[in-house]
Write a protein that binds this ligand. Structure first.
Ligand code: MGD
Ligand code: MGD
Ligand code: SF4
Ligand code: MO
Length: 731
């Protein structure tokens, strides 16, 4: 048994992240029971967040018994956060799905797969192929994701399939595509260490990406750190400047900063002239964003705006911009992300060490999903609508071109809407738990309950979505199967099988292979025998794309080299004389992926969020991550005793002392949180970390998304999880 020190949540948050990384054993992490001394080690990549830390797995008789962070891996340099340390223990949970479940009853795989195919076929025959859809993930290996997307669309004839990356990264994708011509986060983690000014907008890396934050702490240039977040997060407290803006006023703020930089001639005119399009229109547009207006709309003082602009003006050597969900989840999210990109472009902060307009990814393989899930894009970042792309992918995969749909899928929310309207009758969920995580959850669950066929393929049979499924397919998890993830800095990392999956659970890869067989389309996938074989197919799909990976020899090269960033072409390998640099960034030559190789300035007039505060609902509810030890819907992290101990034991609503006073609340008092859609009762935590008029709930409790208001960015269709109006009544 691991002995745990007594820890409360308050002790845990914030600076303790650093303590934990220095002294993990103090927190009960990483101890090997003495009866199980390892006899070998192997290397893996963590399967939680997109940082993509390298882990050394300690093996006994070929099975993992423990792990430690890999000191040689270029991402984490020997550190890991609590989730990484506990990655093995969550595999042993008692609610692991061990057998397929049909209407809640265990059945063998043969029965399950026959039922799956018969039911999907029956629905397709009755209502057309568009009546069946799939929703996938950023949390399985990218070879598996590609298999799912190819099987569903090319094999089973589906048109509609999206993923939980819509909840997360769709905005960054849409923004990069329009601004840079391709979904291309340009940075490498060394940029954290090489920056003079780091600007985090709507990002809380101390909690959500603790090991990236460790890289910031390694910066020896005495950097200025700016945090733009309505809350005083752990990251904001560690910053040199914190701008607690009104929620969803980022667009106005960023245009206001652009206004000041242009007004004071603090821009990189040479870079703008040579490498960008649309600057003059943008400059005209931001003329209206004078400090008076921006101050009134963001709640920041004019002095704060001046200081912000002064900190990044021309002459400052290296400025990097980083954003996450505070930006991506918003009603004007794509234009907000592009407002960040615009600032990087106009100050020439791109393509050089310590710079960039950098979207931090969320899930371990969100980047793999963006490029290879065959959902919004055809494999390898191609366009379903483009006949030449379809022909190319047909050549690369050997799939007849007629089987490749000529249009992209509906977006996630549109699939759910189509289900509500009766056009979609069956949805196959793979490695995602939207009954908890989707916005305005009661609506989602109402629609799920209307479907003729819900299939959930998950590691655990107890998830909120699995409970609503007609058929549950038991999946192996991280560590129980092999394949590659692509992290935030475009690094492909390989993770091996180091454990047997429990019961009859199978790797997602094997499940897809079996379905191909039962469906009768395995001929299309003859080459797709192993994850590495699929990797080779995807290499061919990537040829000529910005994400080309044809220069990678295979898994062995990825394992030996500390991961490989895309792109890596054969020509690059020759140029590097096989000494591939461990850290590479994009746009070093100032050439972008648009047709004219110039980056675009994109902008729009800011609008108020769709759901407004009112006398009846006077508070704004913000949501996001709770602690470093909690992961999303907690199907995994909730199963570790160590992680549970590090997390708050109960849901808590953060509220400002002045608001608590007005409502007569003391710390720990019970409170009803009521939105126009639902209500929940919880306890309050009185804290200056939220501003007056705002409250905060972490997303890990399944009731939180009953409250959230469903609105979407029009370009990315990403849900705006962080802005809903609520009323509070002491319970
Ligand atoms: N421990 C842990 N780590 C995780 C995850 C997890 O569940 N647990 N999930 C992973 C995933 S998939 C993701 S996507 C990332 C998310 O990582 P982050 O985006 O860093 O996490 P969030 O807490 O969702 O949101 C970040 C911040 O946005 C702020 N915010 C809210 N509204 C606004 C606004 O209008 N403007 C601005 N500027 N900020 C705003 C919130 O106050 C919050 O502090 O984390 C990854 N890492
Ligand atoms: N209110 C609010 N809601 C939010 C957010 C927010 O900030 N606020 N953030 C949003 C964001 S950014 C995200 S990314 C989503 C996440 O939302 P989800 O994707 O729904 O959350 P997870 O809990 O990560 O669900 C992953 C599921 O996959 C299963 N799983 C894990 N590994 C495997 C595997 O290898 N194979 C299979 N088959 N299953 C596996 C897990 O058991 C789990 O059930 O939540 C979103 N929801
Ligand atoms: S920071 Fe992310 S990748 Fe690294 S150990 Fe933690 S969860 Fe895993
Ligand atoms: Mo995410």
């Amino acid at each position: 048994m691991i002995k745990l020190p007594a820890l409360t949540f308050r002790e845990w948050t914030g600076p303790l992240t650093a303590d934990l990384v220095r002294e993990p054993s103090k927190f009960g992490l990483g101890q090997i029971p003495s009866r199980l001394l390892p006899d070998a080690t192997t290397k893996a990549i963590c399967g939680f967040c997109s940082t993509g830390c390298g882990l050394t797995i300690h093996l006994k008789d070929g099975e993992a018994i423990n792990l430690t962070p890999d000191p040689e891996y270029p991402v984490n340099l020997g550190a890991a956060c609590p989730k990484g340390w506990e990655a093995l223990s969550v595999l042993d949970a008692s609610d692991r799905a061990m057998m397929p479940l049909l209407h809640g009853k265990p059945v063998d795989w043969d029965t399950a797969l026959r039922f799956f195919c018969d039911k999907m076929r029956e629905i397709q025959a009755k209502h057309g192929t568009e009546a069946t859809a799939f929703l996938s993930t950023g949390q399985i290996m990218f070879e598996e994701m590609a298999y799912l997307g190819a099987l569903a669309k090319f094999g089973m004839g589906m048109i509609h399939g999206d993923g939980n990356t819509r909840q997360c990264m769709a905005t960054a994708v849409a923004a990069y595509k329009e601004s840079f011509g391709f979904d291309s986060p340009p940075f490498t983690y060394e940029d954290f260490e090489q920056s003079d000014v780091l600007i985090f907008i709507g990002a809380n890396p101390c909690i959500a990406h603790p090991i990236m934050w460790q890289r910031v702490l390694k910066n020896k240039r005495n950097p200025k750190i700016i945090v733009v977040d309505p809350r005083s997060t752990e990251t904001a407290m560690a910053a040199t400047q914190h701008y607690a803006i009104r929620p969803k006023s980022d667009l106005t703020l960023l245009y206001g900063i652009a206004h000041l930089l242009i007004r004071d001639h603090s821009i990189d005119e040479a870079f703008i002239a040579k490498h960008t399009t649309g600057f003059n229109d943008f400059a005209d547009f931001v003329f209206d964003f004078a400090p008076e207006r921006v101050s009134a709309e963001t709640g920041l003082s004019q002095a704060q705006l001046m200081l912000f602009a002064d900190t990044i003006r021309k002459g400052t050597p290296r400025v990097s911009f980083w954003w996450t969900m505070g930006v991506n989840q918003g009603h004007q999210a794509t234009r907000t992300a592009q407002a960040i990109i615009n600032l990087a472009l106009m100050t020439g902060n791109i393509g050089k060490p310590g710079t960039g307009a950098n979207s931090i990814t969320g899930q371990c393989n969100a980047m793999g999903s963006r490029l290879f899930s065959n959902t919004t894009n055809l494999l390898g970042g191609h366009d379903f609508r483009n006949a030449m792309h379809r022909e190319k992918i047909s050549q690369a995969t050997g799939i007849p071109v007629g089987r490749i749909p000529d249009r992209p899928s509906l977006a996630y929310d549109q699939i759910i809407q189509a289900a509500d309207e009766g056009q979609v009758k069956a949805i196959w969920f793979v490695a995602t738990n939207p009954s908890h995580s989707w916005i305005d959850q009661n609506e989602m669950n109402r629609v799920l309950d209307k479907l003729d066929f819900v299939v959930v393929q998950d590691m655990y049979c107890s998830t909120e979505t699995a409970k609503r499924a007609h058929l549950v397919l038991p999946a192996a998890g991280w560590g129980e199967k092999e394949g590659c993830f692509i992290n935030s800095e475009r690094r492909l990392g390989y993770s091996p099988k180091v454990r047997r999956a429990p019961g009859q659970a199978l790797a997602d890869f094997q499940i897809f292979k079996l379905i191909a067989h039962y469906w009768g389309c395995e001929d299309l996938f003859q080459e797709w025998t192993t994850p590495e074989a699929v990797f080779r197919v995807l290499q061919r799909c990537s040829e000529g794309q910005p994400c080309e990976i044809t220069g990678i020899e295979g898994y062995e090269m990825i394992r030996k080299s500390g991961g490989v960033q895309w792109p890596l072409t054969k020509v690059q390998v020759a140029d590097f004389q096989s000494q591939i640099p461990q850290h590479r960034r994009l746009f070093v030559d100032g050439r972008f992926f648009t047709a004219d190789q110039r980056a675009n300035f994109c902008f729009v007039e800011p609008e108020a969020p769709p759901e407004q505060r009112s006398d009846e609902y006077p508070f704004i509810l913000l949501t996001g991550r709770g602690s470093s030890a909690q992961w999303h819907t907690e199907t995994r992290t909730g199963k570790s005793a160590v992680l549970s101990k590090m997390s708050p034991q109960e849901l808590m609503l953060d509220i400002h002392p002045a608001d608590a006073d007005k409502l007569g609340l003391v710390d720990g008092a019970a409170i009803r949180v009521i939105s126009r859609r639902a209500e929940l009762t919880t306890m309050v935590r009185i804290t200056n970390c939220v501003s007056e008029g705002q409250v905060y709930l972490p997303m890990h409790d399944s009731r939180v998304n009953q409250l959230t208001h469903a609105s979407f960015d029009p370009h990315s269709r990403q849900p705006s999880y962080k802005y809903s109006a609520v009323r509070l009544i002491p319970a």
